[in-house]
Design a binder for this molecule. Structure first.
Ligand code: ATP
Ligand code: MG
Length: 151
């Protein structure tokens, strides 16, 4: 098997603290930068990580810093696979939660656009959730590597 066909994976688990949202965004961007993404692609990936991690912290865990959020990232050929998961509150009605502008926390001035952004920025987007057990967001995006232009 050639080197490019071998997956490269990483996973990280961190406290559900809002300051770790920036850490997670930067760590995932650094991991993905080996694919030589465009600035737009990198910004899209950072945005979806922010949205998913913020959801886990705020909605999954009600901002309880004793809880843990996990990110798994995998690069396979030119494709990035991301999984953001929590073991928190879960989602009762997934169809409703995925509607643009739906938020269960309007009092916190959330806009209800996180899932819509993830769906639009990524090639594949899936949420699975169980009330009381947690939520798992899986996303995939193919990176049009700049390097390929010069090969
Ligand atoms: N990890 C999670 N655990 C529990 N509930 C979640 C989780 N992620 C999303 N939700 C539920 O799905 C709803 C929609 O999420 P979405 O990210 O689209 O909007 P929001 O977080 O409310 O607002 P915004 O992302 O625009 O700040 C949330 O309001 C919440 O009820
Ligand atoms: Mg959100």
């Amino acid at each position: 098997m050639s080197e490019t066909n071998t997956a490269n994976s990483m996973s990280m688990t961190f406290s559900a603290r809002s300051e770790n949202e920036a850490f997670a965004r930067i760590a995932v961007a650094a991991f993905i930068s080996q694919l030589d993404p465009t600035l737009d692609e990198l910004n899209d990936l950072k945005t979806v990580i922010s949205e998913a991690v913020t959801n886990a912290i705020i909605h999954g865990y009600d901002s309880n810093p004793e809880k843990l959020v996990t990110i798994e990232a995998k690069i396979q050929n030119e494709t990035v696979h991301l999984v953001v998961s929590d073991e928190g509150n879960g989602i009762e009605d997934l169809e409703l939660a995925r509607q643009p502008l739906y938020t269960s926390k309007p009092e916190m001035e959330r806009s209800g656009m996180g899932f819509t952004i993830m769906e639009n920025f990524m090639d594949r987007f899936e949420v699975t959730s169980e009330p009381g057990r947690g939520t798992r967001v899986e996303m995939t995006k193919r990176i049009e590597s700049k390097k390929a232009l010069f090969n």
